[in-house]
Design a protein around this ligand. Structure first.
Ligand code: SF4
Length: 336
């Protein structure tokens, strides 16, 4: 076997191996009432979600506001304590880990926040913000730390001479680049990009997404990319998951999902997405009503109150996420 063949084989094998496996993950927020703060119910923000993210891929997560995307991502990193389930990172379940054990693993799993301004301390220069990562983890100090900060800034396209500037002296896109530099500082394997480009102008979005793609190649990163803009998710993701009211209702390779959505919710979501082509138009499927409350989700299929194809069966029987085509899963009794 030639070296190139071996390389290709290794890359394919690596990409199909799971870096993270999520099993039956739940995150419920208790609803408290009265003087005694008695729990009277739960907001089921993440409700029994199972999926995996392969090494080296970008897994996109979409869904309306309130569908549980961000809570799912943050629960995976244990920024929210899960109610039940497993998060297995490189074969190790994160949920039983103690705080010091978790801190070690956190180096491998980083987050890029939506609001770069809010996530950067305005009293620190960007050099200090990034350098703090090396200090906290006892990786480098003094001149070595400064050199590492300069290398990172260069990698994300910011002039290292500007490391003494404060966050307010940068544009939104540049601040997000600083956020990215901080996220990659400790050589992580996995990055949760939580609405990382949603607050940026469209032209800046494209630059930041291209930067994320470049860094993925260079640093062998795996992403969970959460966004509500479908076009952005389509552009960057290898596979996409669709969430509705705390549940994953469809997962497929990106082209398969956008060209052949099997779940009526995914189909409706895609139909309202603007196509960047003036000669083409989507036939919009307008869903009736608002997304129901996760504190009181509908019985059976949670989508039945808004689904144009709902039957009596849908009101009582929960549809499991099952394969409808190779590598394509949907949670619907009557997939399209
Ligand atoms: Fe619609 Fe029924 Fe499928 Fe749910 S199970 S998406 S209600 S057809």
């Amino acid at each position: 076997m030639s070296a190139i063949q071996e390389n290709t084989l290794t890359k394919t094998e690596n990409q199909s191996a799971a870096l993270i496996e999520i099993q039956n993950l739940k995150k419920y927020f208790p609803i408290k009432q009265g003087i005694l703060k008695k729990t009277v119910g739960n907001v089921k923000a993440v409700d029994d979600v199972t999926f995996s993210i392969r090494k080296g891929e970008t897994f996109g997560l979409v869904g309306e506001s309130g569908s549980g995307k961000s809570t799912l991502g943050r629960t995976m990193l244990r920024l929210h304590e899960p109610t039940a389930g497993k998060v297995i990172f490189e074969g190790q379940d994160l949920l039983p880990l103690s705080a010091p054990e978790l801190r070690k693993i956190r180096r491998e799993m980083q987050i890029i926040f939506q609001d770069p301004f809010g996530s950067l301390n305005p009293r620190f220069t960007i050099g200090e913000v990034i350098g703090e990562m090396f200090k906290v983890h006892n990786i480098a100090s003094g001149k070595e730390k400064d050199e590492k900060v300069c290398q990172l800034l260069e990698l994300v396209g910011i002039d290292p001479n500007r490391r003494h500037f404060y966050p307010h002296e940068f544009s939104g896109g540049q601040r997000q680049r600083v956020g990215i530099a901080r996220a990659i500082a400790l050589n992580p394997k996995f990055i949760l990009a939580d609405e990382a480009v949603s607050a940026l102008d469209v032209s800046v979005q494209a630059q930041v997404i291209n930067l994320l793609k470049e860094l993925q190649e260079k640093l062998d990163l795996t992403y969970l990319f959460i966004a509500h803009g479908l076009n952005v998710v389509r552009y960057i993701s290898n596979r996409v998951g669709v969430m509705y009211l705390g549940s994953l209702v469809e997962v497929a390779e990106t082209d398969e999902l956008f060209n052949h959505p099997a779940h009526p919710y995914t189909q409706a979501l895609i139909s309202t997405n603007p196509i960047p082509n003036p000669y083409k138009r989507n036939t919009q499927i307008i869903l009736k009503g608002e997304i129901p409350s996760p504190a009181n989700p509908p019985s059976g299929c949670k989508f039945h109150t808004r689904c144009p194809l709902a039957t009596e069966r849908c009101k009582v029987e929960i549809p499991p996420l099952k394969e409808v085509a190779p590598g394509h899963q949907a949670a619907c009794h009557f997939p399209l």
